[in-house]
Design a protein around this ligand. Structure first.
Ligand code: BES
Ligand code: MN
Ligand code: MN
Length: 463
Protein backbone atom coordinates (compact mmCIF):
# COMPACT_ATOMS: atom_id res chain seq x y z
CA UNK A 1 0.00 0.00 0.00
CA UNK A 2 2.96 2.34 0.67
CA UNK A 3 3.98 1.93 -2.97
CA UNK A 4 0.47 2.81 -4.15
CA UNK A 5 0.31 5.92 -1.98
CA UNK A 6 3.83 6.98 -3.00
CA UNK A 7 2.85 6.54 -6.66
CA UNK A 8 -0.18 8.82 -6.11
CA UNK A 9 2.03 11.49 -4.46
CA UNK A 10 4.55 11.32 -7.29
CA UNK A 11 1.89 11.65 -9.98
CA UNK A 12 -0.32 14.36 -8.51
CA UNK A 13 0.41 16.97 -11.16
CA UNK A 14 -0.35 14.58 -14.00
CA UNK A 15 -3.51 13.26 -12.28
CA UNK A 16 -4.75 16.83 -12.02
CA UNK A 17 -3.83 17.73 -15.62
CA UNK A 18 -5.62 14.67 -16.95
CA UNK A 19 -8.80 15.60 -15.08
CA UNK A 20 -8.62 19.15 -16.42
CA UNK A 21 -8.38 17.74 -19.97
CA UNK A 22 -11.48 15.63 -19.37
CA UNK A 23 -13.35 18.67 -18.02
CA UNK A 24 -12.56 20.61 -21.20
CA UNK A 25 -14.85 18.35 -23.25
CA UNK A 26 -18.40 19.68 -22.79
CA UNK A 27 -20.41 16.48 -22.32
CA UNK A 28 -23.86 18.02 -21.77
CA UNK A 29 -26.26 15.11 -22.24
CA UNK A 30 -29.45 17.20 -22.12
CA UNK A 31 -28.64 19.33 -25.16
CA UNK A 32 -28.33 17.59 -28.58
CA UNK A 33 -25.99 20.38 -29.72
CA UNK A 34 -23.27 18.72 -27.60
CA UNK A 35 -23.75 15.24 -29.06
CA UNK A 36 -20.31 15.08 -30.70
CA UNK A 37 -18.62 16.18 -27.48
CA UNK A 38 -20.50 13.62 -25.42
CA UNK A 39 -19.24 10.87 -27.75
CA UNK A 40 -15.74 12.36 -27.58
CA UNK A 41 -15.89 12.21 -23.81
CA UNK A 42 -16.84 8.53 -23.93
CA UNK A 43 -13.81 7.89 -26.15
CA UNK A 44 -11.59 9.82 -23.77
CA UNK A 45 -12.84 7.86 -20.74
CA UNK A 46 -12.26 4.59 -22.64
CA UNK A 47 -8.71 5.68 -23.49
CA UNK A 48 -8.02 6.63 -19.85
CA UNK A 49 -9.18 3.22 -18.70
CA UNK A 50 -6.91 1.52 -21.25
CA UNK A 51 -3.94 3.68 -20.26
CA UNK A 52 -4.56 2.87 -16.62
CA UNK A 53 -4.39 -0.86 -17.37
CA UNK A 54 -7.99 -1.95 -17.89
CA UNK A 55 -8.76 -4.77 -20.31
CA UNK A 56 -11.75 -5.54 -22.55
CA UNK A 57 -12.39 -1.80 -22.76
CA UNK A 58 -15.43 -1.18 -24.91
CA UNK A 59 -17.58 1.76 -25.87
CA UNK A 60 -20.98 0.08 -25.66
CA UNK A 61 -23.52 1.78 -27.88
CA UNK A 62 -27.05 2.22 -26.56
CA UNK A 63 -30.16 3.86 -27.98
CA UNK A 64 -28.69 7.06 -26.48
CA UNK A 65 -25.16 7.86 -25.38
CA UNK A 66 -22.70 4.98 -24.93
CA UNK A 67 -21.68 3.23 -21.74
CA UNK A 68 -17.94 2.82 -21.28
CA UNK A 69 -16.99 -0.59 -19.95
CA UNK A 70 -13.61 -1.90 -18.86
CA UNK A 71 -12.33 -4.51 -16.42
CA UNK A 72 -9.33 -6.13 -14.83
CA UNK A 73 -9.86 -9.66 -13.65
CA UNK A 74 -6.79 -10.84 -11.80
CA UNK A 75 -8.10 -13.95 -10.06
CA UNK A 76 -11.59 -15.37 -10.18
CA UNK A 77 -11.34 -16.35 -6.52
CA UNK A 78 -10.99 -12.70 -5.46
CA UNK A 79 -13.98 -10.43 -4.85
CA UNK A 80 -15.10 -8.18 -7.71
CA UNK A 81 -15.90 -4.49 -7.37
CA UNK A 82 -18.16 -2.87 -9.98
CA UNK A 83 -17.43 0.85 -10.22
CA UNK A 84 -20.24 3.01 -11.59
CA UNK A 85 -19.95 6.68 -12.54
CA UNK A 86 -21.14 9.11 -15.19
CA UNK A 87 -19.22 11.17 -17.72
CA UNK A 88 -22.12 13.39 -18.77
CA UNK A 89 -22.75 16.73 -17.10
CA UNK A 90 -25.55 19.21 -16.54
CA UNK A 91 -25.93 22.18 -18.89
CA UNK A 92 -23.79 25.14 -17.84
CA UNK A 93 -26.55 27.74 -17.93
CA UNK A 94 -26.95 30.38 -16.83
CA UNK A 95 -23.48 30.85 -18.34
CA UNK A 96 -23.29 34.57 -17.53
CA UNK A 97 -23.09 33.69 -13.84
CA UNK A 98 -19.84 31.75 -14.22
CA UNK A 99 -16.83 33.81 -13.16
CA UNK A 100 -14.75 31.64 -15.51
CA UNK A 101 -16.09 29.66 -18.51
CA UNK A 102 -17.65 26.34 -17.50
CA UNK A 103 -15.51 24.22 -19.81
CA UNK A 104 -12.22 26.04 -19.26
CA UNK A 105 -11.27 24.61 -15.88
CA UNK A 106 -9.17 26.69 -13.50
CA UNK A 107 -7.98 26.19 -9.95
CA UNK A 108 -8.86 28.86 -7.40
CA UNK A 109 -8.88 28.88 -3.62
CA UNK A 110 -12.08 29.39 -1.62
CA UNK A 111 -12.60 29.74 2.16
CA UNK A 112 -13.73 26.10 2.26
CA UNK A 113 -10.99 24.93 -0.12
CA UNK A 114 -7.78 26.71 0.97
CA UNK A 115 -5.76 24.17 -1.04
CA UNK A 116 -7.65 25.15 -4.17
CA UNK A 117 -10.66 23.86 -6.04
CA UNK A 118 -11.14 22.94 -9.68
CA UNK A 119 -13.86 25.13 -11.18
CA UNK A 120 -15.67 23.57 -14.15
CA UNK A 121 -18.98 21.95 -15.02
CA UNK A 122 -18.66 18.30 -13.98
CA UNK A 123 -15.67 18.92 -11.69
CA UNK A 124 -17.55 17.31 -8.80
CA UNK A 125 -20.63 15.82 -10.56
CA UNK A 126 -19.31 13.47 -11.71
CA UNK A 127 -16.21 13.63 -13.87
CA UNK A 128 -13.89 14.50 -10.99
CA UNK A 129 -15.28 11.81 -8.72
CA UNK A 130 -15.49 9.20 -11.46
CA UNK A 131 -11.91 9.93 -12.53
CA UNK A 132 -10.64 9.35 -8.96
CA UNK A 133 -11.47 5.68 -9.54
CA UNK A 134 -9.54 5.56 -12.80
CA UNK A 135 -6.47 7.07 -11.13
CA UNK A 136 -6.74 4.92 -7.97
CA UNK A 137 -6.99 1.88 -10.25
CA UNK A 138 -3.92 3.02 -12.20
CA UNK A 139 -1.97 3.42 -8.96
CA UNK A 140 -2.90 -0.09 -7.82
CA UNK A 141 -2.22 -1.74 -11.21
CA UNK A 142 1.13 -0.03 -11.81
CA UNK A 143 2.34 -1.22 -8.41
CA UNK A 144 1.06 -4.77 -8.70
CA UNK A 145 -1.22 -4.07 -5.79
CA UNK A 146 -4.75 -4.62 -7.04
CA UNK A 147 -6.44 -6.65 -4.26
CA UNK A 148 -9.76 -7.27 -6.05
CA UNK A 149 -11.09 -7.74 -9.55
CA UNK A 150 -12.60 -4.56 -10.88
CA UNK A 151 -15.19 -3.69 -13.51
CA UNK A 152 -16.01 -0.17 -14.68
CA UNK A 153 -19.36 0.94 -16.02
CA UNK A 154 -19.33 4.65 -16.81
CA UNK A 155 -22.50 6.01 -18.40
CA UNK A 156 -23.30 9.16 -20.34
CA UNK A 157 -26.98 9.70 -19.55
CA UNK A 158 -27.20 10.00 -15.75
CA UNK A 159 -28.19 13.65 -15.86
CA UNK A 160 -31.08 12.84 -18.20
CA UNK A 161 -32.48 9.94 -16.18
CA UNK A 162 -30.27 6.97 -17.24
CA UNK A 163 -32.95 5.94 -19.72
CA UNK A 164 -30.86 3.32 -21.54
CA UNK A 165 -28.85 1.93 -18.64
CA UNK A 166 -31.59 -0.49 -17.56
CA UNK A 167 -31.53 -2.31 -20.89
CA UNK A 168 -27.73 -2.52 -20.80
CA UNK A 169 -27.75 -3.97 -17.29
CA UNK A 170 -30.51 -6.46 -18.19
CA UNK A 171 -28.55 -7.64 -21.22
CA UNK A 172 -25.24 -7.90 -19.39
CA UNK A 173 -25.93 -9.72 -16.13
CA UNK A 174 -22.99 -12.09 -16.57
CA UNK A 175 -20.52 -9.41 -17.60
CA UNK A 176 -21.53 -7.20 -14.65
CA UNK A 177 -21.38 -9.97 -12.04
CA UNK A 178 -19.74 -8.53 -8.95
CA UNK A 179 -19.79 -8.55 -5.15
CA UNK A 180 -20.46 -4.88 -4.60
CA UNK A 181 -21.11 -1.68 -6.52
CA UNK A 182 -18.93 1.29 -5.70
CA UNK A 183 -20.05 4.81 -6.61
CA UNK A 184 -18.52 8.22 -5.97
CA UNK A 185 -21.30 10.61 -6.98
CA UNK A 186 -22.43 12.01 -3.63
CA UNK A 187 -20.92 14.19 -0.94
CA UNK A 188 -19.65 14.24 2.63
CA UNK A 189 -20.38 16.59 5.52
CA UNK A 190 -17.09 18.52 5.53
CA UNK A 191 -13.43 17.96 4.79
CA UNK A 192 -12.81 17.31 8.48
CA UNK A 193 -16.11 15.46 9.01
CA UNK A 194 -15.99 12.45 6.68
CA UNK A 195 -19.31 10.74 6.04
CA UNK A 196 -20.66 7.96 3.88
CA UNK A 197 -24.02 8.29 2.14
CA UNK A 198 -26.46 5.59 3.21
CA UNK A 199 -29.59 6.71 1.44
CA UNK A 200 -30.84 8.57 -1.60
CA UNK A 201 -34.25 9.98 -2.30
CA UNK A 202 -36.37 8.86 -5.20
CA UNK A 203 -37.89 11.20 -7.73
CA UNK A 204 -41.15 11.86 -9.47
CA UNK A 205 -41.00 14.68 -12.00
CA UNK A 206 -43.98 16.12 -13.84
CA UNK A 207 -44.78 19.00 -16.12
CA UNK A 208 -48.18 20.66 -15.77
CA UNK A 209 -50.10 22.79 -18.21
CA UNK A 210 -53.16 24.84 -17.27
CA UNK A 211 -55.29 26.08 -20.15
CA UNK A 212 -57.95 28.77 -19.87
CA UNK A 213 -59.40 30.65 -22.86
CA UNK A 214 -58.46 29.52 -26.36
CA UNK A 215 -56.26 32.58 -27.00
CA UNK A 216 -54.37 35.28 -25.11
CA UNK A 217 -56.86 37.99 -24.13
CA UNK A 218 -56.84 41.73 -23.41
CA UNK A 219 -56.62 41.85 -19.61
CA UNK A 220 -58.86 44.92 -19.48
CA UNK A 221 -61.66 43.54 -21.63
CA UNK A 222 -61.65 40.04 -20.14
CA UNK A 223 -59.88 40.49 -16.75
CA UNK A 224 -62.15 39.49 -13.88
CA UNK A 225 -64.47 37.51 -16.15
CA UNK A 226 -62.52 34.35 -17.04
CA UNK A 227 -60.12 32.06 -15.21
CA UNK A 228 -56.57 33.37 -15.65
CA UNK A 229 -54.43 30.22 -16.05
CA UNK A 230 -51.43 31.84 -14.35
CA UNK A 231 -53.46 32.97 -11.33
CA UNK A 232 -55.06 29.54 -11.16
CA UNK A 233 -51.77 27.66 -11.53
CA UNK A 234 -50.24 29.74 -8.73
CA UNK A 235 -53.21 28.97 -6.49
CA UNK A 236 -53.17 25.27 -7.34
CA UNK A 237 -49.46 25.05 -6.61
CA UNK A 238 -49.84 26.96 -3.34
CA UNK A 239 -52.53 24.53 -2.25
CA UNK A 240 -50.13 21.58 -2.53
CA UNK A 241 -48.69 22.45 0.91
CA UNK A 242 -50.69 23.16 4.07
CA UNK A 243 -49.81 25.65 6.82
CA UNK A 244 -47.38 23.10 8.32
CA UNK A 245 -45.71 22.53 4.97
CA UNK A 246 -47.11 19.06 4.71
CA UNK A 247 -47.96 17.98 1.18
CA UNK A 248 -51.72 17.86 0.65
CA UNK A 249 -51.94 15.23 -2.10
CA UNK A 250 -54.20 12.48 -0.69
CA UNK A 251 -52.22 9.30 -0.02
CA UNK A 252 -48.85 11.00 -0.52
CA UNK A 253 -47.46 9.93 2.86
CA UNK A 254 -49.14 6.51 3.02
CA UNK A 255 -46.00 4.50 2.27
CA UNK A 256 -43.45 6.75 3.98
CA UNK A 257 -41.40 4.80 6.50
CA UNK A 258 -41.04 6.94 9.62
CA UNK A 259 -37.68 6.72 11.35
CA UNK A 260 -37.68 5.55 14.95
CA UNK A 261 -36.80 8.04 17.68
CA UNK A 262 -33.54 6.18 18.12
CA UNK A 263 -32.69 6.55 14.44
CA UNK A 264 -33.56 10.26 14.57
CA UNK A 265 -31.38 10.76 17.65
CA UNK A 266 -28.52 9.01 15.85
CA UNK A 267 -29.03 11.32 12.86
CA UNK A 268 -29.04 14.39 15.07
CA UNK A 269 -25.47 13.58 16.16
CA UNK A 270 -24.10 14.69 12.79
CA UNK A 271 -22.87 18.26 13.16
CA UNK A 272 -25.20 20.90 11.70
CA UNK A 273 -25.17 24.65 12.19
CA UNK A 274 -28.30 26.49 11.15
CA UNK A 275 -26.39 29.78 11.29
CA UNK A 276 -23.65 28.56 8.96
CA UNK A 277 -26.28 27.04 6.67
CA UNK A 278 -28.20 30.33 6.44
CA UNK A 279 -25.06 32.40 6.01
CA UNK A 280 -23.85 30.21 3.15
CA UNK A 281 -27.18 30.72 1.33
CA UNK A 282 -27.69 34.34 2.34
CA UNK A 283 -31.09 33.67 3.89
CA UNK A 284 -32.32 34.82 7.31
CA UNK A 285 -34.15 31.62 8.18
CA UNK A 286 -34.86 28.11 6.98
CA UNK A 287 -38.30 26.79 6.08
CA UNK A 288 -39.83 23.36 5.84
CA UNK A 289 -42.11 20.68 7.19
CA UNK A 290 -43.19 21.21 10.80
CA UNK A 291 -41.79 18.71 13.27
CA UNK A 292 -38.54 17.97 11.43
CA UNK A 293 -35.04 19.43 11.53
CA UNK A 294 -33.36 20.85 8.45
CA UNK A 295 -31.13 17.78 7.94
CA UNK A 296 -34.25 15.60 8.26
CA UNK A 297 -36.26 17.74 5.85
CA UNK A 298 -33.45 17.37 3.37
CA UNK A 299 -33.06 13.61 3.52
CA UNK A 300 -35.63 11.41 5.25
CA UNK A 301 -38.73 13.41 4.32
CA UNK A 302 -40.42 13.63 0.92
CA UNK A 303 -40.80 17.03 -0.74
CA UNK A 304 -42.59 18.81 -3.56
CA UNK A 305 -40.94 21.72 -5.35
CA UNK A 306 -41.63 23.81 -8.41
CA UNK A 307 -38.49 23.80 -10.54
CA UNK A 308 -39.71 26.22 -13.17
CA UNK A 309 -42.85 28.20 -13.93
CA UNK A 310 -43.75 30.22 -16.99
CA UNK A 311 -46.49 31.70 -19.10
CA UNK A 312 -47.82 35.02 -20.34
CA UNK A 313 -45.74 38.07 -21.06
CA UNK A 314 -42.22 38.15 -19.61
CA UNK A 315 -40.53 40.57 -22.04
CA UNK A 316 -39.52 44.22 -21.58
CA UNK A 317 -42.06 46.62 -20.14
CA UNK A 318 -45.74 45.89 -19.60
CA UNK A 319 -48.11 44.05 -21.91
CA UNK A 320 -51.69 43.80 -20.68
CA UNK A 321 -52.64 40.23 -21.33
CA UNK A 322 -54.36 37.19 -19.88
CA UNK A 323 -52.46 34.22 -21.20
CA UNK A 324 -54.21 31.21 -22.62
CA UNK A 325 -51.79 28.82 -20.90
CA UNK A 326 -49.53 28.53 -17.86
CA UNK A 327 -46.90 25.89 -17.16
CA UNK A 328 -44.76 24.52 -14.37
CA UNK A 329 -42.22 21.77 -13.81
CA UNK A 330 -42.64 20.05 -10.47
CA UNK A 331 -40.38 17.56 -8.72
CA UNK A 332 -41.22 15.35 -5.79
CA UNK A 333 -38.34 13.78 -3.85
CA UNK A 334 -39.40 10.47 -2.42
CA UNK A 335 -38.31 8.33 0.52
CA UNK A 336 -38.71 4.60 1.21
CA UNK A 337 -41.21 3.01 0.49
CA UNK A 338 -42.84 5.59 -1.79
CA UNK A 339 -43.12 4.37 -5.35
CA UNK A 340 -42.48 6.96 -8.09
CA UNK A 341 -45.13 5.52 -10.41
CA UNK A 342 -47.76 5.50 -7.68
CA UNK A 343 -46.84 9.00 -6.51
CA UNK A 344 -47.02 10.34 -10.06
CA UNK A 345 -50.49 8.81 -10.37
CA UNK A 346 -51.60 10.36 -7.07
CA UNK A 347 -50.29 13.72 -8.26
CA UNK A 348 -52.07 13.52 -11.62
CA UNK A 349 -55.40 12.59 -10.03
CA UNK A 350 -55.17 15.27 -7.39
CA UNK A 351 -53.98 18.02 -9.71
CA UNK A 352 -56.76 17.31 -12.19
CA UNK A 353 -59.31 17.24 -9.37
CA UNK A 354 -58.42 20.72 -8.08
CA UNK A 355 -58.61 22.45 -11.47
CA UNK A 356 -61.53 24.91 -11.22
CA UNK A 357 -64.28 25.26 -13.82
CA UNK A 358 -63.12 27.31 -16.77
CA UNK A 359 -59.71 25.61 -16.94
CA UNK A 360 -58.26 22.38 -18.26
CA UNK A 361 -55.21 20.67 -16.86
CA UNK A 362 -52.68 18.40 -18.56
CA UNK A 363 -49.95 16.61 -16.60
CA UNK A 364 -47.00 15.02 -18.40
CA UNK A 365 -44.76 12.73 -16.33
CA UNK A 366 -40.99 12.88 -16.92
CA UNK A 367 -38.32 10.46 -15.69
CA UNK A 368 -38.47 9.25 -12.12
CA UNK A 369 -36.58 6.96 -9.83
CA UNK A 370 -36.88 4.92 -6.68
CA UNK A 371 -35.39 5.86 -3.33
CA UNK A 372 -32.66 3.69 -1.88
CA UNK A 373 -31.13 2.99 1.50
CA UNK A 374 -27.89 1.10 1.91
CA UNK A 375 -27.07 -1.02 4.98
CA UNK A 376 -24.29 -0.05 7.39
CA UNK A 377 -23.63 -3.61 8.51
CA UNK A 378 -22.50 -4.87 5.10
CA UNK A 379 -18.95 -5.85 4.21
CA UNK A 380 -18.94 -3.00 1.68
CA UNK A 381 -19.90 -0.35 4.22
CA UNK A 382 -17.40 -1.69 6.76
CA UNK A 383 -14.62 -1.64 4.17
CA UNK A 384 -15.50 1.93 3.22
CA UNK A 385 -15.62 2.99 6.85
CA UNK A 386 -12.16 1.52 7.53
CA UNK A 387 -10.81 3.17 4.39
CA UNK A 388 -12.02 6.64 5.46
CA UNK A 389 -10.72 6.08 8.97
CA UNK A 390 -7.31 5.31 7.49
CA UNK A 391 -7.06 8.41 5.27
CA UNK A 392 -9.03 10.95 7.34
CA UNK A 393 -7.95 9.69 10.75
CA UNK A 394 -11.63 9.68 11.77
CA UNK A 395 -14.48 7.24 11.55
CA UNK A 396 -17.00 8.43 8.94
CA UNK A 397 -20.60 9.18 9.92
CA UNK A 398 -23.43 7.48 7.98
CA UNK A 399 -25.66 10.15 6.43
CA UNK A 400 -28.75 9.93 4.24
CA UNK A 401 -28.67 12.31 1.32
CA UNK A 402 -31.45 14.24 -0.36
CA UNK A 403 -30.24 13.75 -3.92
CA UNK A 404 -31.24 10.97 -6.27
CA UNK A 405 -29.28 8.34 -8.16
CA UNK A 406 -32.15 6.23 -9.51
CA UNK A 407 -29.91 3.45 -10.80
CA UNK A 408 -28.92 2.44 -7.26
CA UNK A 409 -32.36 0.86 -6.70
CA UNK A 410 -32.25 -0.57 -10.22
CA UNK A 411 -28.86 -2.27 -9.58
CA UNK A 412 -30.27 -3.90 -6.48
CA UNK A 413 -33.28 -5.24 -8.38
CA UNK A 414 -31.41 -6.33 -11.51
CA UNK A 415 -28.09 -7.51 -10.11
CA UNK A 416 -29.03 -8.19 -6.50
CA UNK A 417 -26.20 -5.93 -5.40
CA UNK A 418 -26.00 -3.23 -2.76
CA UNK A 419 -24.13 -0.04 -3.54
CA UNK A 420 -21.52 1.69 -1.43
CA UNK A 421 -21.73 5.47 -1.90
CA UNK A 422 -18.24 6.83 -1.28
CA UNK A 423 -18.73 10.46 -2.22
CA UNK A 424 -16.09 13.14 -1.71
CA UNK A 425 -17.95 16.31 -2.76
CA UNK A 426 -19.30 19.00 -0.46
CA UNK A 427 -22.78 20.56 -0.57
CA UNK A 428 -21.08 23.90 -1.17
CA UNK A 429 -19.43 22.61 -4.37
CA UNK A 430 -22.34 24.05 -6.36
CA UNK A 431 -23.18 20.99 -8.46
CA UNK A 432 -25.76 21.81 -11.16
CA UNK A 433 -25.15 25.52 -10.36
CA UNK A 434 -22.88 28.12 -11.91
CA UNK A 435 -19.28 27.88 -10.66
CA UNK A 436 -19.38 24.18 -9.81
CA UNK A 437 -16.11 23.12 -8.25
CA UNK A 438 -14.34 20.21 -6.59
CA UNK A 439 -11.62 20.57 -3.95
CA UNK A 440 -8.13 19.52 -4.95
CA UNK A 441 -7.93 18.08 -1.42
CA UNK A 442 -11.11 16.08 -2.09
CA UNK A 443 -9.90 14.79 -5.45
CA UNK A 444 -6.67 13.42 -3.99
CA UNK A 445 -8.33 12.22 -0.79
CA UNK A 446 -10.63 10.17 -2.99
CA UNK A 447 -7.75 8.73 -5.00
CA UNK A 448 -5.96 7.83 -1.75
CA UNK A 449 -9.01 6.34 -0.02
CA UNK A 450 -10.24 4.09 -2.86
CA UNK A 451 -7.24 1.69 -2.77
CA UNK A 452 -7.87 1.16 0.96
CA UNK A 453 -11.48 0.27 0.16
CA UNK A 454 -10.17 -2.39 -2.24
CA UNK A 455 -7.73 -3.68 0.38
CA UNK A 456 -10.28 -3.89 3.20
CA UNK A 457 -13.01 -5.24 0.94
CA UNK A 458 -10.72 -8.13 0.03
CA UNK A 459 -9.59 -8.71 3.61
CA UNK A 460 -13.12 -8.64 5.05
CA UNK A 461 -14.28 -11.05 2.36
CA UNK A 462 -11.50 -13.51 3.25
CA UNK A 463 -12.24 -13.25 6.96
N1 BES B 1 -24.74 13.07 -8.33
C1 BES B 1 -26.08 13.56 -8.38
C2 BES B 1 -26.95 13.12 -7.21
C3 BES B 1 -26.45 13.46 -5.83
C4 BES B 1 -25.65 14.57 -5.58
C5 BES B 1 -26.82 12.65 -4.79
C6 BES B 1 -25.21 14.84 -4.31
C7 BES B 1 -26.40 12.93 -3.51
C8 BES B 1 -25.58 14.03 -3.26
C9 BES B 1 -26.73 13.13 -9.69
O1 BES B 1 -25.89 13.39 -10.79
C10 BES B 1 -27.98 13.94 -9.91
O2 BES B 1 -27.86 15.12 -10.14
N2 BES B 1 -29.17 13.32 -9.86
C11 BES B 1 -30.39 13.99 -10.17
C12 BES B 1 -31.44 13.01 -10.60
C13 BES B 1 -31.29 12.52 -12.02
C14 BES B 1 -32.39 11.55 -12.33
C15 BES B 1 -31.27 13.64 -13.02
C16 BES B 1 -30.94 14.71 -8.97
O3 BES B 1 -30.71 14.31 -7.82
O4 BES B 1 -31.63 15.71 -9.21
MN1 MN C 1 -23.96 12.76 -10.43
MN1 MN D 1 -26.07 15.57 -11.27
Amino acid sequence: MELVQAYISRNKDRFLDELLDLLRIPSVSADPAYSESVHKTAASVAQSLKNAGAESVEICETAGYPIVYGEKIIDSSLPTILVYGHYDVQPADPIELWTNPAFEPIIKTTPIHPEGAIFARGACDDKGQMFMHVKAFEAMIKNNALPCNVKFMIEGEEEVGSVNLGVFVKNNHARLKADVILVSDTGMLANDVPSITTGLRGLSYVEVEVTGPNRDLHSGLYGGCVANPINILAKMIASLHDENNHITIPGFYDKVIELTDGERREMAKAPFSKEAYCTALDIDDVMGEAGYSTPERGSIRPTLDVNGIWGGYTGEGAKTVIASKAYAKISMRLVPDQDPIEITELFVNHFESIAPAGTRVKVTPHHGGEPAVTPIDSVGYKAASLAYEKTFGKKPIPVRSGGSIPIVAMFEKELGLKTVLMGFGLDSDAIHSPNEHFGVFNYFKGIETIPYFFKYFNELNQA
